[in-house]
Design a protein around this ligand. Structure first.
Ligand code: URP
Ligand code: ZN
Ligand code: ZN
Length: 447
């Protein structure tokens, strides 16, 4: 292949030899039955997106990418593994929830996938199931501090952290202060402030800052590793960085939308701001520079997309008269690697190696997939992205494969795009076209 291999530690020219589904050798002048020329291109471990919501029901709205369309879009953007979620019934069996979710994904996912298990209550029966959920492959457990029907109060959260910590897992947390959000929503409703612009104002920076600090403290007390999803504020990122500095097993994830977009999007005319309604919300412009600083410096560990697409015309519209009724979430599963290359590497905010670390290696390491996934070493799965750092792409729904009628990055000029995605030795995407077999994605047991 003779491309330039990029790993978190090294950048060097070499060939990769693949036998069957696995990387068999890395060296010079390797020969095989089929040769792919990667001259002038970067060769990366397949990217891992640790945070996506495919065909997820939110209220009455189903996120619009299913496991097939969503994983095709992911593969087109250079992502070869996703981690989605199991949402079991309240007080229901975790394994039954896992089985149900796998029935949706097993036949349709075109790339390999893992599942985080959601903990919806801190009762003893639910928490007693944590070890068997880990044995079944769900090493990571999602907890929410807000959202009715999902949120855990501090008592339940501590119990969940203790149970998961004891069992050797990791808790991942959506951290925002529930009560302050409820009060602000109530106050805005009474004042007739129901448009999308009031969404970010109802979930202020301090609501995330407080919750991140609290969750980190509770995880420290419970002696459980913790991963804060979608850190959107400088304040949240500073808190994670401080915890890591104290030696706590704490990790922070941010997302392209928090690095690249701001709450100025809500000044768009009419209902257009609805395209940007996600939780936590987009933030004032003083936040992204702090996120970039921590992403480069190790205070934040990874970038996920939180891909949770809803059609603007038919689904976001559910919140036309009341932003609290709007399905929350943004599309982004396809553009993460290129956005981070363009606005990270090409602008000098991230080294090539750090780019690969935050998009590929670190999610695999944190979530029990490494070195099978996220690494270019003999014995690893043949998950490889050939990335042309000079290819220019202007983002639009025409270019993307995501099943949704808009992209929050419409018109963004990207520098660098994947030209080939290989999953377990099979070419899945070539020059922007999905050419792989359907339904070959495997559930990844992470324990
Ligand atoms: O608005 C968002 N982020 N929707 C997806 C669910 C979540 O909170 O991650
Ligand atoms: Zn969330
Ligand atoms: Zn999410």
């Amino acid at each position: 292949m003779a491309g330039t291999l990029v790993t978190p530690a090294e950048t060097y020219r070499a060939d990769i030899g693949i036998r069957g589904e696995t990387i068999a050798a890395i060296g010079n002048d390797l020969r095989g039955a089929k040769t792919i020329d990667a001259t002038g291109k970067l060769v990366l471990p397949g990217a891992i997106d640790p945070h996506v919501h495919l065909e997820m029901l939110q209220g009455t709205a189903m996120s619009s990418d299913d496991f097939e369309s969503g994983t095709i879009a992911a593969a087109c953007g250079g992502t070869t593994t996703i981690i989605d979620f199991v949402e079991p019934e309240m007080h229901g069996s975790l394994l039954a929830g896992l089985e149900k979710r796998r029935a949706q994904a097993d036949e349709s996912s075109v790339i390999d996938y893992g599942l985080h298990m959601t903990i919806r209550s801190g009762d003893a029966d639910t928490l007693a199931q944590v070890p068997e959920a880990i044995r079944a492959g769900c090493l990571s457990f999602k907890a929410y501090t807000t959202y009715e029907g999902f949120r855990l109060d501090d008592e339940a959260l501590v119990a969940a952290l203790e149970a998961v910590g004891r069992a050797g897992g990791i808790v991942i947390v959506h951290a925002e202060n529930h009560y302050s959000i409820q009060r602000l929503r109530q106050r805005f409703a009474e004042a007739g402030r129901t448009g999308p612009r009031w969404h970010p104002r109802s979930r202020p920076v301090a609501a995330e800052g407080e919750a991140v600090e609290r969750v980190l403290s509770l995880a420290e007390i419970a002696e459980c590793p913790v991963y804060i999803v979608h850190v959107s504020t400088g304040r949240g990122a500073d808190a994670v960085a401080r915890a890591r500095g104290r030696g706590q097993r704490a990790y922070g994830e941010t997302c392209p939308q928090y690095l690249l977009l701001t709450d100025a999007e809500f000044d768009r005319p009419g209902f257009e701001g609805a395209k940007f309604v996600c939780s936590p919300p987009l933030r004032p412009a003083d936040n992204p520079p702090v996120l970039w600083k921590h992403l480069a410096g190790g205070g934040l560990s990874s970038v996920g997309t939180d891909h949770c697409p809803f059609f603007y015309e038919t689904q976001k519209i559910l919140g036309r008269d009341d932003f609290t009724k709007m399905p929350n979430g943004l599309p982004g599963i396809e553009s993460r690697l290129s956005l981070l290359h363009t606005f990270g590497v090409a602008l000098g905010r991230l080294s090539l190696n750090r780019w690969v670390e935050v998009c590929c290696a670190a999610p695999a390491q944190i979530f029990g997939l490494y070195p099978k996934k996220g690494s270019l070493t003999p014995g690893a799965d043949g998950d490889i992205v050939i990335f042309d750092p000079a290819k220019e792409v202007t983002l639009s729904t025409q270019v993307l494969h995501e099943h949704v009628d808009y992209t929050p990055y419409d018109g963004f000029q990207l520098r660098g795009w994947p030209v080939m995605t290989i999953v377990r030795g099979k070419v899945m995407v070539e020059e922007g076209r999905f050419v792989g077999p359907r339904g070959q994605g495997k559930f990844l047991v992470r324990n």
